[in-house]
Design a protein around this ligand. Structure first.
Ligand SMILES: Nc1ncnc2c1ncn2[C@@H]1O[C@H](COP(=O)(O)OP(=O)(O)OP(=O)(O)O)[C@@H](O)[C@H]1O
Ligand SMILES: [Mg+2]
Length: 243
């Protein structure tokens, strides 16, 4: 089993859209048994797969004890399950901070090893305690970023943080340009500086996920955005299988 997190310090950069599409690509294009774990209490990626969190005391108890299985739900797609954002996430984060067990999330992901080939974490923004747990838990960080100098600074801060906090144990990093608009000079300059990075175009098909509640590859498989997600997934899969 291999795990990846879609992470950026910044909010609103397309993390949830990317998480849903990568997880869907893993399940459908690569036929991997895939779990999308929505770590953001806003539940955007859960919603985009037509699911909602199971509420209530039993859910809260389960997640506190690391019994994830009872919270996992099947999506409408073969091979794709979802661990929905839940109110208990707040408790989970507090617990991470309290008990100082640096590898708690890592152990929980490991407990899923028999059931899944790929685990995709959709992270909330911010360099929080939860983020540090994520960095210790996953094999790969996919970092969606707008093509701009400010995004580049935030990315540099992330790489410095990882080097400082995790030293040699930091996960692999895969920066990706999102919401790319090739009519913008700033975008073109950023892309020219990093021609090796994949570009996800700014696309109505991605925006529409909020209303269709479907991955782009399911709704508009031949669109440029769908092709970009598929190409990015192929890169990710190559990295994960090579580890
Ligand atoms: N490639 C894209 N083209 C057009 N719109 C996009 C694209 N990617 C994301 N969006 C839109 O941008 C907004 C933010 O996207 P998303 O929720 O995926 O970002 P996020 O980084 O997960 O945000 P948050 O930090 O709040 O979790 C949404 O309205 C989404 O529909
Ligand atoms: Mg999000």
């Amino acid at each position: 089993m291999r795990s990846l997190a879609v992470f950026n310090v910044k909010g609103g950069v397309g993390k949830s859209a990317l998480s849903v599409n990568l997880a869907h690509a893993a399940a459908t294009l690569s036929a991997r048994r895939t779990l999308l774990w929505d770590l953001d209490a806003q539940g955007a990626s859960t919603f985009m797969l037509r699911l909602s969190a199971r509420q209530g005391a039993s859910a809260r108890k389960s997640i506190a004890e690391g019994e994830l299985a009872s919270l996992i739900q099947a999506s409408d797609f073969a091979n794709l399950d979802v661990l929905a954002a839940d109110k208990s996430l707040r408790d989970l984060e507090r617990q991470f901070a309290d008990d100082d067990k640096a590898k708690r999330l890592k152990k929980r992901i490991k407990s899923l090893e028999a059931d899944y080939d790929r685990v995709v974490l959709d992270c909330p923004p911010g360099l929080t305690e939860l983020a540090d747990q994520v960095f210790r838990a996953v094999d790969l960080l996919v970092v969606p970023m707008l093509p701009s100098p400010l995004s580049e600074r935030a990315f540099d801060q992330l790489t410095e943080h990882l080097a400082r906090e995790l030293k040699g144990n930091a996960p692999r990093l895969l920066p990706v340009f999102t919401m790319v608009d090739r009519r913008k000079a700033l975008h073109l300059a950023a892309i020219a500086a990093h021609p090796e990075r994949r570009c996800i175009p700014y696309a109505a098909a991605v925006e529409a996920m909020a209303s269709t509640q479907l991955p782009v590859l399911a709704k508009s498989p031949s669109s440029p955005a769908a092709r970009a997600f598929a190409a990015l997934w192929a890169d990710v899969e190559r990295v994960l299988t090579g580890l």
